[in-house]
Design a protein around this ligand. Structure first.
Ligand SMILES: [Zn+2]
Ligand SMILES: [Zn+2]
Length: 666
């Protein structure tokens, strides 16, 4: 569709029937379509240079649908003469004919579509932390901001009153679905969608670095690449272009408003009274930390502090920037480092609802439980570098930390915002390596709130070793018991009613190695007798003897309960640590025999000796010794128990710094 500009006659092309407004690219006249006629509404303000990578005509895809950017609204947060941040909403036509919005805020992208805002609170009712419905789920209000539309470009389905400061309420869910309630009109508009990564949108036709930015009076420093400090003249290279609102000279502490020529002395005065804080990662350093998709540049540095029980705790925060990834924070406390990135959803609270105002207990995210660690009021002690907001030394916010080492969830709470970020523990060595810094990183002192417990790993390893050892030993012993002992020697002898020398001698070969032997004696019957067997195992090499004895008996009687009998007809003795070789086994039995005691007795001179009883001597090898096993089971517990104790001491030190330390108010 093509028409002519009612103001200058320049041809105007419409890409969409949905576009009720279009800005004439030749004369910047806002043109409205009314009953197929074009009506000039008035001139729009010139576009402000803002450093965006996107421009009219940029194409991309979202959830399988392609889109093309056809218009935009340029917004500022805060008042026009003193903006806090720039923000743009690009209007995009999708392949299915729908019109959608691509919000660009601090290098992050929010794709949304206008939905009916049924049941939305009025502007006077809406509150920070309030629970609302969004896309059939629960959402909380995580930000209330005031913004003004500055100007428009291209085709748009509606325009806003540029003289009016509107209220915007951002809604977050636990799933990533997000929304913005726009109170620029009497009835609120709901923009529903989700945050996307730059790569995900597969944007094409982006503004290249060489391309001229749109002119107009400089709202921001987008056109500036370098800037001289207004006080000391030091040159500064601006890294985040149009997104930066403030630059604090690290040499003379002068704070410059990048939207105007104003320098503010409050930072200088504050920092002179507090003293300079050195940045360990120098401004301008570039590095790719574990978990980052691209190298980030360190553009800002904050020295922060909080006071707990009268003690001042200090830490450092480094603002990292990358053009397509936006902003991340690197924090350092006592040599412990954490990389924090913005979280575009809220954790689940203990009621299973999205977390509004951060509770003092625990929250969960992606199935992990994070325990509340500390709630503090953190102030800014020192600032240097570039920032995307109007930074002020001495400004403060409530910070609530939850830990699930090595991760941490942090909520920054102010009157207007409940900002969540998710962090990952890093060692000084990882940071030094990523940024290519010289020397050694500062030594890590104490235990950090999200530092992984090194003793848990050691303890788990030791428990595993112990369990494997116990199981292997048990199975081995069990197998030996089931298979049964290996016989080394077995011999049956008779105990005769008369005999010159009752001792029996036999050769025994013990296989090579060291063995525990079990020597047992089994008698066939002992009719009211006892048998005592003196056993010697004599090493043929050195004639050394190992002695032991076995006792057997049989008794029979009768009492008021009737006849009874008691017997031990099989018993044995252990001989431990017998080395392999040739041995003589000497068995000398004794018993209380009755009847004939000599060959000449009981009348018959030719009577031959009679067997009183016969007995079998059995020598077996390596019988499992369960006593040793149980001793090893007990002693083997010591190393893993020690590790567990170390791990638990580590946790005690960690939590002694928290709000939940023993003896604190919690
Ligand atoms: Zn025109
Ligand atoms: Zn300076």
């Amino acid at each position: 569709m093509q028409s002519q500009c009612p103001s200058c006659g320049n041809p105007i092309v419409y890409r969409s029937e949905l576009s009720a407004y279009v800005v004439c690219p030749a004369c910047q006249t806002l043109v409205a379509r009314k009953n197929m006629e074009l009506v000039a509404v008035g001139k729009v303000a010139a576009l402000q240079a803002d450093g965006s990578l996107i421009k009219l005509g940029t194409q991309g895809t979202f959830e399988g649908k392609s889109f093309q950017v056809v218009g935009r609204i340029q917004m500022i947060l805060g008042r026009a003469e003193k903006p806090d941040a720039v923000w743009y909403e690009w209007y995009a036509l999708f392949s299915n004919g729908a019109g959608g919005w691509l919000g660009e805020h601090l290098g992050e992208y929010f794709v949304s579509f206008v939905r009916p805002a049924e049941g939305a609170p009025t502007v006077s009712q809406v509150q920070l932390g309030q629970m609302l419905g969004l896309d059939k789920q629960r959402a909380v209000v995580t930000s209330l901001s005031r913004g003004t539309a500055l100007t428009f470009e291209g085709e748009l389905p509606f325009v806003m009153d540029t003289s009016y400061e509107a209220v915007f309420a951002d809604l977050s869910t636990t799933t990533g679905v997000a929304g913005t309630l726009d109170y620029s009109d009497d009835s609120p508009l709901l923009f529903q969608g989700r945050w996307c990564r730059f790569e995900e949108l597969k944007l094409q036709g982006l503004r290249t670095g060489d391309e001229e930015q749109e002119g107009g009076p400089t709202l921001s420093a987008a056109n500036l690449k370098t800037l001289k400090c207004a006080t000391c003249g030091a040159p500064h290279e601006l890294k985040a272009g149009g997104l930066s609102q403030t630059l604090v000279c690290q040499y003379c502490d002068t704070a410059m408003d990048l939207n105007s020529d104003v320098t503010f002395r409050e930072v200088l005065n504050f920092q002179q009274s507090m003293g300079k804080v050195p940045a360990k990662v120098p401004l301008g350093s570039q590095g790719k930390l574990p978990g980052q998709e691209a190298p980030f540049t360190c553009i800002g540095f904050l020295g922060r502090a909080c006071v707990v029980d009268g003690i001042r705790y200090k830490w450092s925060e480094y603002l990292l920037y990358e053009a397509t990834q936006g902003y991340q924070w690197l924090t350092e406390t006592n040599g412990h480092w954490t990389l924090l990135r913005p979280l575009h959803k809220v954790p689940v609270n203990s009621q299973g609802m999205p977390t509004g105002h951060p509770p003092n207990s625990q929250v969960s995210l992606d199935g992990k439980t994070f325990k509340h660690f500390q709630t503090t009021y953190a102030t800014v002690d020192y600032v240097a570098g570039e920032f995307y907001w109007r930074v002020r030394a001495g400004e403060g916010a409530q910070v609530v930390d939850y830990v699930c080492p090595p991760q941490v969830l942090s909520a920054d709470c102010s009157q207007e915002e409940l900002n969540w970020s998710a962090g990952q523990y890093l060692s000084g060595a990882q940071v030094w390596k990523a940024f290519g810094l010289k020397g050694q990183p500062p030594e890590a002192r104490g235990v950090a709130n999200n530092q992984p417990n090194p003793y848990y790993a050691a303890s788990s390893r030791r428990w595993l070793t112990y369990l494997l050892f116990v199981m292997a030993s048990f199975l081995y012993l069990l197998l030996r018991t089931v298979i049964g002992p290996k016989p080394v020697f077995s011999q049956q002898w008779s105990y005769l009613d008369y005999q010159q020398d009752r001792a029996q001698i036999a050769n025994v070969t013990v296989p090579p190695g060291r063995h525990n032997l079990y020597i047992s004696v089994r008698a066939n019957s002992l009719e009211q007798r006892w048998g005592y067997f003196l056993i010697s195992l004599i090493d043929e090499k050195n004639q050394q003897a190992r002695d032991t004895a076995v006792n057997l008996y049989h008794e029979r009687g009768s009492d008021s309960d009737g006849p009874w009998s008691e017997a031990t007809l099989d018993a044995g003795a252990h001989l431990s640590g017998v080395t392999g070789g040739e041995y003589l086994l000497r068995v000398e039995p004794q018993s209380n025999i009755t009847g004939r005691s000599d060959p000449e007795g009981a009348g018959s001179p030719n009577a031959s000796p009679r067997t009183v009883f016969s007995y079998t001597v059995l020598v077996q090898e390596d019988l499992p010794q369960w006593g040793y096993f149980w001793m090893l089971v007990m002693l083997g517990l010591l190393p893993p128990l020690y590790s567990l104790w170390r791990a638990s001491s580590f946790e005690t030190s960690r939590w002694s710094e928290s709000d939940h330390a023993p003896g604190s108010d919690e």
